[in-house]
Each structure stands twice: as C-alpha cells, then as structure tokens.
Design a protein around this ligand. Structure first.
Ligand SMILES: Cc1cc2nc3c(=O)[nH]c(=O)nc-3n(C[C@H](O)[C@H](O)[C@H](O)COP(=O)(O)OP(=O)(O)OC[C@H]3O[C@@H](n4cnc5c(N)ncnc54)[C@H](O)[C@@H]3O)c2cc1C
Length: 400
C-alpha cells in the first residue's frame, strides 16, 4: 500500500532559492517537504561534496550577494557556515560607457559596509543544505522526479515517479527557469530571448582589484569583472551567441588577451583560472506568480539579464517575503489560502518589475548603435555620477 504523506508546504526545487525558503521556514511550525530532482546536487542526504579543497579551484558560478540577501542568509544560519576566506566584499563599483563616460558608486558614499559580497554558488548551496539536514520540520526527497500534480480546493497532491504521493496546502515552485510546477499551474508566457549568452570564467590578475567591481557597457556586449579573494576576478561577459562561441573556442592565452583588452588593461595581464562556460540569457515576465495552491519563487517566477547581478537576489527576496507571510499568517492554518497568496503576489510585483525593466532598459540602451542614443547614454552616465542623491537612489534598490 502506498501512503500519502501530508505536509503544510511542499517546495519543488532545492537550488539556492528553494533551499533558502526551506531554511527560512525552520522555526515556522509548518511541516515541510523539499523535492529535488538532481542527484548530483546532493547525495546520501547530504549535498554533493563539490566544495573545493584546493584553493586554486574556483567555481565558475559566482554570485554578487546583496546586503539584504546576506542578512536573510544570516538569519537562516547558512551564512556563518561559509568559508569567509573565499568571500570578497565589493567596496566600490566603476561602470563605463562606450565613449569613456563613467559612473562610480562606493560603499562609503552609500553608508554601508559593502555594496555586495562575491561568493561561489556551490559553497552557498552547500551551506544551505547543511542547514536543511539539521531541520526537524523538513523531509527531503532526492533525487526524486515529479510525475503529476493535481489541485483540489482543499489541497494539492504531488505524485512522484516512484509512486509516492505528497499532499500539501501549498506547493512552491522553486524549480528554475523551465519550471515544471509553473506549467502544471497553467501559468505561461513566452520568454524574450536576449540574443545574448553570459560567458563566465575566473582569472588571476597582475594588478589588485582593490574590492572594485568593474562593468563596461559596449555596443557588442556588457563585460563585468567582479572581485574574488586575492588578485582574482570573476567575469560575466554578456555577448551575442556568435561572439560567445568565438570566446569559448579561443586558446587560454587568446582569451586572456581579449578580456584584458576589453577591460582596458585596468587590471593588467590576466590568466584564466577557471575555463569559460556560457549561459543563454532571456527575460521572462509572468502575468502572475501564484495560482490556487501554488506560489512561484526564484527563476521559476522571473528571469532577468545578469547585468545588475540581481537574479538570485530577487529570488531570495521572494523567499523572504513568502516566509514572512507564512510566519505572520496568525490564526490562518491553511498556508495555501488564496488571501495569503494574493498578499505574496502584491508584495512582490513592484520589486520584480523594477528589476526586470531596469535590466531590460539598460541592456537595450547600450546594445544600440543610434548615434543620438550613444551620446545620451554616455552623457547620462557622467551626469548621474555627479548627482549624489540620484546615485544613492539608483543603488538603494540593489542593496535590498
Ligand atoms: C551568467 C549568469 C550570471 C549570473 N550572475 C548572477 C549574480 O551575480 N547575482 C545574482 O543574483 N544572480 C545571478 N544570476 C542569476 C542566477 O543564476 C539565478 O537567478 C539563480 O540561480 C536562480 O536560482 P533558483 O534556485 O531559482 O533556480 P535554479 O538554480 O535553476 O534551481 C532550480 C532547482 O530546481 C531543481 N529542479 C528543476 N526541475 C525540477 C523538478 N521538476 N523537480 C524537482 N526539482 C527540480 C533543479 O535541479 C535545481 O536544483 C546569473 C545568471 C547567469 C546566467
């Protein structure tokens, strides 16, 4: 006989955002399940031990974590489990237009300790999963494949491929950009293809970065170099798919020269320490991020250009908001109640649209050869640089 297990919340997807929600709900009194399909992500109830033991091995997936996300991760106990020697604070940002115009932000100007922290994706994943393993109100299903999801007025029922069934008041779709949960809930929209790939790689540099994150907006792409501990940087170069293929085909030496030249030799000679990889970029704006008995979080709920380093941060804000709504539900026992889901939808709308519109607008403003636009965008950068309150306003959102 196959038992049907009952939970308050079933989270589908144990990536950074899904895992962060489970961790944030550890003292909520709710019974939780988390279903993750990838066996390589975790083994034997523990995350795959791919945290590097060699200091020269750096993950190519690097994240700029905002101060707001950091405090969310601190509250859940994941942040203190990270190796501080592998985290680099961003103390300033220098953004260059395509005619030399410049915009500078500093943590000092903003009155904060750092603008962001740069760290490795797998280290954060590992820290979050260490928290989940200790969590008494959580049952982990992994690797486990979802087979069917059925919705009724009172609850939703998830059937796994091995026949086990999970009954929940709320299903949370944290299953990434091609979300299966989203499809089952009937929420759909065509993504906008940015016609760009994000090419990532890590480098050691001749000159110190001094905690500065650099970004160059060029007509053929956007190059970002983020500080890593020591004289190392992490690159995200958003370029047309053809240029991405060219970059990936270059020899190590040729790639280093290409990147150092595009970076105007500001960091001197560069040596690649993590081979390049490319990720297709797209924008996904959904008409809604909830449906009866379903809430979407993270990339399942929105995709955006990585130029502002806000994808996972926006996902953490979804998770934080949903956890707060669950915690503040008062006498409402049904955590999948439509009123709670409407509140989640309302609270998240503005932030998600602001981030998507900003990244979309900036990408198109600079990926454009119209001469007038060219002058306006560069004048705009220079002018903004001199208006401190405007700079602060621009930066404030990214610090959340
Ligand atoms: C080049 C590049 C650079 C970026 N840099 C930054 C940055 O600096 N800062 C930032 O904030 N963001 C950045 N982003 C965005 C960031 O990578 C994503 O927003 C983030 O990884 C989304 O996390 P997630 O947990 O929502 O989804 P995912 O990381 O995709 O996790 C989804 C999880 O769900 C699991 N899953 C999928 N389907 C199922 C299923 N049916 N059943 C069970 N489990 C399932 C998957 O195995 C996976 O573990 C960048 C993106 C790109 C492409």
């Amino acid at each position: 006989m196959i038992l049907c297990m009952k939970f308050d919340v079933v989270i589908i997807g144990g990536g950074l955002v899904g895992a962060s929600l489970a961790a944030a709900l550890q003292h909520s009194g709710l019974s939780l399940a988390l279903v993750e399909s990838q066996s390589s992500l975790m083994r034997n109830n523990a995350p795959a031990m791919n945290v590097p033991n060699n200091v020269e091995e750096w993950d190519s997936r690097i994240y700029a974590i905002s101060p707001g996300s950091r405090s969310f991760l601190e509250e859940s106990g994941a942040w203190p489990l990270l190796d501080a020697s592998r985290i680099a604070p961003v103390e300033a940002m220098r953004v260059f237009g395509d005619t030399g115009a410049e915009l500078e932000f500093s943590a000092y100007q903003m009155g904060v300790a750092e603008l962001a922290c740069i760290l490795e994706g797998r280290a954060l994943q590992h820290a979050l999963w260490q928290v989940l393993q200790q969590q008494e109100n959580l049952t982990l299903f992994h690797p486990a494949q979802c087979a069917a999801l059925k919705f009724a007025d009172e609850a939703a029922t998830l059937t796994l491929e091995d026949g086990r069934t999970l009954n929940a008041n709320l299903i949370v779709g944290a299953d990434g950009r091609d979300s299966w949960v989203r499809k089952q809930a009937g929420i759909s929209e065509e993504p906008v293809d940015y016609q760009q790939h994000g090419v990532v790689a890590n480098f050691s540099t001749d000159k110190p970065h001094r905690g500065i994150a650099y970004q160059w907006f060029q007509p053929d792409g956007i190059l970002a170099l983020l500080p890593l501990p020591g004289d190392r940087v992490s690159m995200v170069w958003s370029v047309h798919p053809e240029k991405s293929a060219e970059l990936l085909a270059l020899t190590r030496e040729a790639l280093c020269i290409k990147v150092a030249t595009a970076a105007q030799h500001m960091l001197g000679k560069m040596q690649v320490i993590t081979p390049p990889a490319a990720f297709p970029l797209r924008m996904l704006v959904l008409p809604q991020i909830s449906a009866p008995r379903v809430a979407l979080i993270g990339d399942a709920a929105h995709n955006m250009h990585p130029l502002a380093g806000q994808g996972v941060n926006t996902g953490f804000r979804d998770a934080r908001q949903l956890a707060q709504i669950m915690a503040g539900r008062g006498a409402q026992n049904d955590c999948g109640d439509a009123r709670l889901l409407r509140r989640y939808e309302r609270k998240r709308k503005e932030d998600i649209y602001t981030m998507q519109a900003t990244t979309y607008g900036l990408k198109h403003l600079f990926n454009n050869d119209v001469p007038l636009l060219r002058s306006v965008r560069n004048l705009g950068l220079n002018a903004t640089n001199h208006i401190i309150p405007l700079k602060k306003m621009l930066m404030q959102h990214a610090l959340n």
